[in-house]
Design a protein around this ligand. Structure first.
Ligand code: KIV
Length: 293
């Protein structure tokens, strides 16, 4: 195993904390924004040191870490636990906590109280919530308390039962128009950015041109202001299924299986631990022990 730290480009070493203002300026300059999900300390550390702009502690953790069939069972306590771990690993990226199902739908007041917990108890910089015009009151309440909100429209996984599965959205003109209107409503309500999930490339590009706030696409093509992927998909750690829009940069599931099998064989065949993994005591101490027995 190599223990050498990767050589980081100066731009990454010298970077300052990313803020919502940084992202707005990046959009104005036409610089692509990078976002990834993380759920634990070592992943956040590696990601932050690699120079990612935004780390989202997504409620996707319900599926890729906790093994649920969808994101609905994820609780505030689950989210806060993982957000705390991520915040201990990341220094520069903007940290966003994803508000779980039922933490913001009941009332604007409850939404505000739960959003506040992400900042107060888990060191997040901002929160994300799913939905369009129906979230207006919640977004306004949270933003009015000084908490930055990222919106999320298109395929909204917390509504999986209503939309009939994990399917692309906005493929008909009427639905596309509603999504464009939702983007404008969320911007008006004070969102600092929007996730556009599983939308036709042309529609996502149109929304990105029509709003001033940065859009971050997932399965929404090249015309967004930034891109996000679920890290477990990118790393090949989540085996259940891989959406069409994912680019796999590694196959860590296969790598884990290979490493675990090798370890099991090494132990079974007494190849591990070797001398280099073992602790010895000085001979004279051993002698003394033997004489005393
Ligand atoms: O929960 C999540 O990981 C997300 C991203 C897919 C944007 O919401």
């Amino acid at each position: 195993m190599s223990t050498q730290a990767p050589v980081l480009p100066n731009a990454v070493k010298d970077r300052k904390k990313v803020t919502t203002l940084t992202l707005r300026k990046m959009k104005q300059r036409g610089e692509p924004i990078t976002m990834l999900t993380a759920y634990d300390y070592p992943t956040a550390l590696a990601m932050d040191q690699s120079g990612v702009d935004i780390i989202l502690v997504g409620d996707s953790l319900g599926m890729v870490v906790l093994g649920y069939p969808n994101t609905l069972p994820v609780t505030m306590e689950d989210m806060l636990h993982h957000c705390r771990a991520v915040s201990r690993g990341a220094r520069n990226a903007l940290l966003i906590g994803d508000m779980p199902f039922m933490s913001y739908q009941i009332s604007a007041q409850e939404a505000l109280r739960n959003a506040g917990r992400f900042l107060q108890e888990a060191s997040m910089d901002a929160v994300k919530l799913e939905g369009g015009r129906e979230r207006l009151e919640a977004v306004r309440a949270i933003v009015s308390a000084g908490i930055p909100v990222m919106g999320h429209i298109g395929l909204t996984p917390q509504s999986v039962n209503q939309i009939g599965g994990f399917r692309p959205q906005g493929r008909e003109a009427a639905a596309a128009r509603l999504l464009l209107e939702d983007a404008l409503v969320l911007q008006e309500a004070g969102c600092f950015s929007l996730v556009l999930e599983s939308l036709p490339t042309r529609l996502a590009a149109l929304i990105s041109q029509r709003v001033e706030i940065p859009t971050i696409g997932i399965g929404a093509g090249i015309g967004c202001d930034g891109q996000v992927l679920v890290t477990h998909d990118l790393l090949g750690l989540f085996e259940r299924f891989t959406p069409k829009f994912v680019k796999k940069y590694a196959d860590l599931h296969a790598e884990m299986r290979r490493s675990f099998s090798e370890y099991i064989q090494d132990v079974q065949e007494r190849r591990f631990p070797g001398e280099e993994h073992s602790i010895e005591m000085p001979d004279e101490e051993w002698q003394r022990l033997m004489e005393g027995l």
